[in-house]
Design a protein around this ligand. Sequence first.
Ligand code: HEM
Length: 523
Amino acid sequence: METPDIKTLLLYGLTTALAISFFRSRQQSTIPALGETSGLISSYLSALRLFRHPDEMITSGYLKDRNGVFRIPMLFRWDYLANGPQRVREVASVSEDILSFHEGVDENLQTTWTMGPEIVHNPYHVLAIRGSLTRNLSRCFPEVRDEIVNAFDDVLALEGEEWKLIKVLPATMQVVGRTSNRLFIGLPLCRDPEYVQLNIDYTVTIFARGQLIRLLPEFLKPVIAPILSSRKSSLRHALKFLKPILDERLEQENKFGRDRPDRPNDLISWLLDDAVDEERTTPALAMRVLVTNMGAIHTSSTTLTAALYDLAMYPAHIGPMREEAERVVAQEGWTKAALGSMHKIDSFLRESQRLRGAAAVAMTRKVVAKDGFEFADGTTIPYGAFVSVPGTPVHLDTLNYDQPEVFDGFRFSRIREAVRTGHDHTDDDAGADSGEGNGKERKMFNLHMIATGTEHLVFGHGRHACPGRFFAATELKAMLAHILINYDIKAEEEGVRPPDMVFGLFRMPNANGKIWMRKREGV
Ligand code: HEM
């Protein structure tokens, strides 16, 4: 079969878009809408306005009724946004058969076609990440640390004490790609530039192909989506690297079982702990490695990039965090437990995520219950619709944070310190959504980088909160501490932070931004 040409694809896309928008413009709802609902053109113009000014528009919907629900115009549909801590808790806790995270991702990224239906219907890799991977972080930390040191050396390639202008995002992608794969697959593959690049590119490919496939009418997908999808070619490329390793590991597992002293402690073993039937094959395992990389690389490298822009923009934070990193490492060495004592570094990363890490919306779910999803107050979201919660507006709400617009890197460590020393007089139940224990204990926990809450949504919240965040926090804190101890850093232009890039509801740090770096004297 021949690949359809671009004109044919555009024609399909346009026809579908028009049909859907016609339907959309007629959709009735009592839930207030942002923008025009009355006509085809006007509703498209509203969708376009939302694409260009997402934060501004969604904030206006949020502030109109902080506990309400409102609709926003997307290209093909109306999405619902639920405001207020009570509704965030409801969305966070409802089961997959009512509000589905995976069906939502499937529709937005066309997972069925781009990665395979088993990723939607049997996401067992999530269990491996939340369980075994997280439990093994302390034990695997020496390898993670070793890779961080080597990767920064190789990628920055700094000589002597000369300042060098570094393009941040490509550098952090390489470092995070290598470090993640040191944990997932180990040496020497984690240092193979082609393998690392394949994993970096995979996410971009999935997003691009997924958007194209989304334009197709459902009845054409079984025929055209496999041609547009890169699923087979990406898998073939991954197998070039992973097949020998996976073949051997499956053979050993079948021969000797899992209880053997020389069983490697890596993602392959953690996946094999839960993989059954057709998942215990080389291609199926290779696909899970790709998918785990997809969750890990871009998220963590954009977080580190944003934090480095903040470090260069607000250099007064460098001294106290450097002092903390040097002191803790001198006392405890480079261990995962030592990172737990780096409160300022943890706080800085959390603050950077609060201001730069949230998109305009968070926690997107698809309503899959046939009767729709009903909030406790009776507000109902219809079957098939998408519901999310506002992201940036929550992080910038004065009800949640003091002077929310201000970057205050030690905002969270200061409160932790005040709670620890008994000088904190704010409400003991503040942010009581996450963490265990009562009062003081819970409040301390809620301020850690990995703590999610109704007022901190960068990792989502509730049953689908990012399972990789414990690893992400470990590697990011170790990376920032390493940078502070070993390098000097300053903005390309003093006082100027490269502007974030915003594409509709997505936000990321500037991909072309640069900072100056040099090796510190005497280290
Ligand atoms: C700073 C880094 C990271 C950020 C900001 C981040 C953010 C997120 C967010 C927002 C979600 C969706 C939560 C929701 O809708 O409730 C998510 C889910 C997920 N993340 Fe992360 N993530 C990061 C790192 C990682 C890493 C390192 C891994 C893998 C080791 C990972 C694997 C996943 C997976 C598998 C899911 C899907 C969870 C599910 O199916 O229930 N993430 N992440």
